[in-house]
Design a binder for this molecule. Structure first.
Ligand code: HDE
Length: 712
């Protein structure tokens, strides 16, 4: 009788465990297993004499150190990863035969890497940028990589333009400035000459580009893919990840400050949440479109700069992903993980999206210069859970010992093995799409609508989101130094939305031109191309798509939100206890901020550990503020102006503020005094429940206009 096959999670966990290494209780050895008795001193001829070439211990140690770094990813270099699993709610066998989409009893292990795009490996987490959202599913039928972003569209329509796009946004090549920022001339030079970028560009100007947490952003597969069922019938599909915590962002001013206060803010937040057992979750949703409907829409499904509005094709939720384990080692896992959009499994297939087609080449190729060997699939994090058998051999860093004489197919010397799998037994077969056409190097006319969807996006935003977009364009274009680039951008933005362009033009003090500046165009030789690809006329096929606005996200939880408790010696224990218990019941994280580190003593004479002294932290790292009563405590807080700054800043960025008893003194000595009677997120002697409700709303944006001019 066969032994029962272990579940997928245990198999991936055990596979990784085989390679884990603990050093506890061990003696240090060389790479050859020789025990070492001195790793502090090199071998010398005499105490003050020259170091000897013979010193193999020194050479080995330094040699390893010299080679510790590998090239960072050309894009998405800055990333954070986590392990988890995916569970299916209901089978969708009518659409796909993939095991991961039909077997509800499975838990499929996953490894996820979130990233920024433009910055280097050590750049700030809070850059205004797209976020990568790459998921590796270790399925029973092979590894499936869904390598997406946190925005549903991309900048360009054809892989051929990717190096141009990336060269334009990366630091300028003569001075290597600016790091992790799109606000510079080369980027807007490219964008202004390539109007297909405008849709993704306006998303980058929105709050989506500065998430509060990696756990609070959506993910999208972007391209239209195919699902294939057992009968071989195909449906088009768009993949969506919906965060259980809702979609929330910080403001740009906060982002700038967080970059200074804690440039690892997102990485730390993800790590801490998982470490504390608050496992982030996303539901997987599908927009499924019958092949017969391919030409039914006002845009082309193969154009990756277009989204399918959720109001037109609803998102069907089919499962959930939970991230429940931090990596053991950043380099071995998060850095060495290699995602390949070409990794698919039976039941899922590609489409002719020309951006996707180019990606199918690029990712495998780039791993060679990054990881140094085409055997990168043998690294523990990249191994599939199933067995690998083929005739591919040798190369740098082969980790296995393939046995036998026959490394070719067909063969008799190896008994015909490894043999082919029948499609019915899981062998992969491509979807048989009929193609009958001419070879042509051009762009389909159906891809030429560059204004309708950015306009739909902007129309769908709430007033406060629109204001953030205006501010972002004003900031980014304000950083450009070349006048014709800014003018061209203003003209393009005016084609999206004239009121948006007017606001930006006012902030910049630069007029919107009546038309694109032709002579400049000709001077740079771009005219012919621009003429050939004139954007088509803007359409209005949907007034608004509420799903695009963060004001329609979930506001029902404060789980893992960080609340600053400002306290000093003599604080009122009963206030503190009541609020802390209330918030922690809802899984918020309470941190005591005091004038100094160590401990503080409450009015009941008990000592409490301080989480951070005011000199080591900033308000922008927290979601809300609470100040308990206690005259002595509040007077001490008042004596340190940084506490007032903390409160004013929380007010300015529209956060919830709650005080009890003498805590009100701090409000009356801060800018809050002008707001407190007329603001639902400023609470005096209130209940934990009211504070919880205010925090769950993320921000009180009604306050933003009045709070704009608070100086902090
Ligand atoms: Fe990527 N992209 N990309 N990209 N991409 C890479 O692959 C590329 C695109 C995305 O956490 C690279 O392993 C081309 C779209 C993510 O390891 C590289 C094109 C989307 C990650 C590459 C695109 C993405 C990458 C660099 C246009 C969203 C990080 C290192 C045809 C659907 C994965 C690497 C990780 C990484 C090429 C466009 C998402 C160079 C040529 C569209 C999330 O191969």
């Amino acid at each position: 009788m066969c032994a029962k096959k272990k579940d997928s999670i245990s198999r991936k966990t055990e596979q990784l465990k085989q390679f884990e290494k603990s050093f506890e209780g061990q003696t240090m050895t060389t790479r050859q297993g020789l025990k070492v008795n001195d790793t502090n001193n090199s071998l010398k001829a005499g105490e003050r004499g020259p170091t000897l070439l013979e010193d193999f211990l020194l050479r080995e140690k330094i040699h390893n150190f010299d080679h510790e770094r590998i090239p960072e990813r050309i894009v998405h270099a800055r990333g954070s990863g986590a392990h988890g699993y995916f569970e299916l709610y209901e089978s969708i066998e009518e659409y796909s035969k993939a095991g991961i989409f039909t077997d509800t009893s499975r838990k499929t292990p996953v490894f996820v890497r979130f990233s920024t795009v433009a910055g280097s490996k050590g750049s700030t987490d809070l850059a205004r940028d797209v976020r990568g959202f790459a998921v590796k599913f270790y399925t029973e039928e092979g590894t499936w990589d869904l390598v997406g972003n946190n925005m549903p569209i991309f900048f360009i329509q054809d892989a051929m333009k990717f190096p141009d796009l990336v060269h334009s946004v990366k630091p300028e090549p003569n001075k290597e400035i600016p790091q992790a920022a799109s606000a510079h001339d080369t980027f807007y030079d490219f964008v202004s000459l390539t109007p297909e970028t405008l849709h993704n560009q306006i998303w980058v100007m929105s709050d989506r580009a500065i998430p509060r947490s990696l756990r609070m952003m959506e993910g999208f597969g972007i391209h239209t893919f195919r699902l294939i069922n057992k009968e071989g019938k195909a449906h088009f599909v768009k993949f969506h990840w919906k965060p259980k915590l809702g979609i929330h962002s910080v403001t740009w001013e906060e982002a700038v400050k967080i970059s200074g206060a804690d440039s690892d803010f997102h990485r730390r937040d993800l790590w801490d949440a998982i470490d504390a057992g608050m496992f982030p979750e996303w539901e997987l949703g599908l927009q499924i479109i019958p092949e017969e409907d391919e030409h039914k829409y006002d845009f082309d499904l193969l154009d990756p700069t277009k989204l399918v509005p959720e109001e037109v094709v609803p998102v069907k939720i089919i499962g959930k992903m939970t991230l429940n384990k931090n990596p053991e080692n950043f380099f071995a896992e998060t850095e060495q993980v290699a995602f390949l959009p070409g990794n698919i499994v039976p039941g899922i297939d590609f489409t002719n999206d020309p951006l996707l087609q180019g990606r199918l080449f690029s990712y495998r190729d780039t791993q060679l210069s990054r990881l140094g060997s085409h055997n990168f699939h043998q690294l523990p994090i990249n191994r599939p859970i199933g067995e690998v058998h083929n005739n591919q051999r040798d190369g740098h860093m082969q980790m296995e010992i393939p046995k036998g004489r026959a490394a070719y197919f067909p063969n008799t010397l190896g008994g015909g093995c490894p043999h082919m799998a029948k499609v019915a037994d899981g062998g992969f077969s491509h979807y048989q799409e009929k193609i009958d056409s001419h070879k042509i190097r051009n762009r389909s006319e159906s891809f030429s609508d560059h204004f309708s969807q950015p306009a739909l996006f902007y129309r769908s935003l709430s007033d406060w989101e629109k204001q953030h977009v205006i501010d972002a364009y004003s900031f980014e274009l304000g950083k450009c130094e070349v006048a014709h680039i800014v003018s061209r951008m203003l003209w393009l933005v005016s084609q999206i939305d004239s009121s948006l362009a007017k606001e930006v033009s006012r902030n910049l003090g630069i007029k919107i031109p009546k038309s694109i500046d032709k002579p400049i165009n000709q001077a740079i030789g771009a005219d012919a191309d621009v003429e050939k690809h004139q954007p088509s006329k803007k359409k209005n096929y949907l007034d608004k798509s509420p799903a695009l606005s963060q004001s329609n996200t979930k506001f029902d939880t404060i789980e893992s939100r960080k609340i600053a408790f400002l306290m000093a010696d003599g604080f009122k224990m009963s206030d503190y206890k009541k609020m802390k218990t209330g918030l922690e019941k809802k899984n918020a994280v309470v941190k005591i901020i005091a004038p100094h580190g160590g401990t503080i003593t409450c009015d009941e004479n008990m000592e409490h550990k301080v989480d951070a002294s005011i000199s080591t932290t900033e308000s922008v790292l927290f979601d809300a503020v609470y100040i308990p009563g206690g005259k002595k405590s509040c007077e001490k807080l008042l004596a340190d102006k940084k506490f007032i700054k903390f409160i004013n800043e929380s007010l300015k960025y529209c956060k919830a503020i709650s005080v009890d008893n003498e805590g009100e003194m701090l409000l009356d000595n801060s800018e809050v005094k002008n707001f407190k009677n007329d603001d639902e997120a400023i609470l005096v002697n209130s209940t934990p429940d009211k504070f919880i409700k205010a925090i769950s709303k993320h921000r009180n944006w009604n306050r933003s206009d009045a709070a704009k001019n608070i100086a902090v």
